[in-house]
Each structure stands twice: as structure tokens, then as C-alpha cells.
Design a protein around this ligand. Structure first.
Ligand SMILES: C[S@@+](CC[C@H](N)C(=O)[O-])C[C@H]1O[C@@H](n2cnc3c(N)ncnc32)[C@H](O)[C@@H]1O
Length: 229
């Protein structure tokens, strides 16, 4: 199994329904704050289940949702069938999107599952799809010094504030025996120093800086905001 296959199957990544709801509410609010204007044509790349995408769409002219997992795409199509501002893209539809048509792209909690080469290919594609004035935000990037203990503590802080501490404890115990843990041990997660990540973005035509805070609950991870250079 690789990460693509993993995300296409059922995965207990959220410890319970409340965790899932609070996660998507939080990232939707953080993403909406980055959307450059109410008419913006936006893309959420590797959007996952995107439960609160309608809240982001309220801040955009149009919101495209793209994910590589066919099962995720199918769920999104059903979930947002009645939202005229949201359009679901599979890989063919993303490639076919008009060049230089996007004002904003968000990639959140995805790049750790990509090799440098895969990320480079995605950046080249997105550079082509963004307008010359477009903005790219990449969140939840894992710092080389980050570790599972820091991630667990961040989850418990989130759980404490959100009232799901017991479920978080059970979730962490389940993770120890999960496919996620086995795959993480086998394939690893791609990590960066801030300088390394900014240089990688520059090599693909983006001028980037690290933002003061990350998207979502884990402030040990990093958000980068980039313009087409
Ligand atoms: C941890 S989830 C993040 C979902 C969402 N962005 C969020 O922040 O909640 C990772 C997502 O990245 C997607 N993914 C994995 N590889 C990808 C790739 N090469 N291109 C785009 N999405 C990918 C997976 O299918 C999965 O839905």
C-alpha cells in the first residue's frame, strides 16, 4: 500500500465525529481568511472530505475541490451536488482546467505524503493554472524537527478545548496499531526546514515566505504563502 491507496480507503484519522467537525470548521475558517477576495476563483488541492467547504465557498466566486482518491471524489460529488459555487475535479479535470484561471490555491496537510519529485510536478501544474497575480498557500508542512510526540500534544490541546479528550486518548492508542502508523514507519513523511521549502518553491517559480501561524490546530507545523515569481 502507498499513501494514495491509503487515502482512498476507510481511515480512522479523526478520533470521533466531534474531532472531524471541529477540524473541518477550523481549517475552513483559516482557509477562508487567506482567500484574496469575494470573486476569487479558488482551488483546494488534496481537499480530503472537506466537510466545511461550503463555508470556504461563501468567500469565493468559485471553489474547485480536487483530490486524487476516487472514493473521496465520489463523496464530495454527493455532498456538494447542490452548491453552485463548488465544483469537484478529478485528475483529468484538473489538468484540463484553463491555464492562468485561478486566483488562489490551498494545499493543506498534503505535502508530507508526497516525494520532492511529486511535489515539484504538482507545483509546476499549479504554477500554470494560477493567474500571474495568483496566490498559493501550503499549510501543515512538517518541520524536520517535528515528531509524533509534538503532534500528539497538539491533538490533546485541541481535544481539551473541543471536549473530546477521552476519544483522543482512545484514538492515539488505536493509531499505535493502525495502518497509518505502519505506513508512516515504512514510507515516512516528507519533512522540510523553512529554508529548504522556500528554495523548493523558488525552483518551481514561486516567491514564498513562512506565515506567522499554521492552518488548523497544530501550530508546530508550518504555513507558506507564495506568489508566482
Ligand atoms: C491528511 S488529508 C488532508 C485533507 C485536507 N486537505 C485537510 O486538510 O483536512 C491528505 C489528502 O491528500 C490527498 N492526496 C494524497 N496524495 C495526493 C496527491 N498526490 N495529490 C493530491 N492529493 C493527494 C489524499 O487523498 C487525502 O485526501
Amino acid at each position: 500500500m502507498d499513501w494514495r491507496e491509503y487515502w482512498n480507503g476507510p481511515h480512522p484519522i479523526y478520533v470521533n465525529a466531534r474531532h472531524r467537525a471541529l477540524h473541518f470548521e477550523r481549517i475552513a475558517a483559516d482557509i477562508a481568511a487567506l482567500v484574496p477576495g469575494p470573486e476569487a476563483i479558488a482551488l483546494d488541492y488534496g481537499c480530503g472530505e472537506a466537510d466545511a467547504a461550503d463555508a470556504v465557498a461563501q468567500h469565493c466566486g468559485r471553489l474547485y475541490l480536487f483530490d486524487t482518491a476516487p472514493s473521496v471524489i465520489e463523496n464530495l460529488r454527493q455532498k456538494f451536488a447542490n452548491n453552485a459555487r463548488i465544483q469537484i475535479l478529478d485528475e483529468a479535470a484538473l489538468i484540463a482546467l484553463t491555464d492562468h484561471s485561478l486566483d488562489f490555491v490551498i494545499i493543506n496537510s498534503v505535502v508530507q505524503y508526497l516525494s520532492h519529485e511529486q511535489l515539484g510536478e504538482a507545483l509546476d501544474l499549479l504554477h500554470r493554472k494560477l493567474k500571474p497575480t495568483g496566490l498559493l498557500a501550503i499549510g501543515d508542512v512538517i518541520h524536520v524537527n517535528d515528531n509524533a510526540v509534538a503532534d500528539t500534544l497538539a491533538l490533546f490541546r485541541f481535544a481539551w478545548d473541543g471536549g473530546f479528550v477521552f476519544a483522543a486518548l482512545m484514538g492515539v492508542l488505536r493509531t499505535v496499531f493502525s495502518d497509518y502508523r505502519k505506513l508512516r514507519d515504512k514510507l515516512g513523511l516528507t519533512r522540510y526546514t523553512p529554508d529548504e521549502f522556500i528554495k523548493l518553491l523558488a525552483a518551481h517559480g514561486f516567491s514564498a515566505h513562512r506565515a506567522a501561524s499554521n492552518i488548523g490546530h497544530n501550530q508546530g507545523r508550518m504555513l507558506f504563502v507564495a506568489k508566482t515569481a
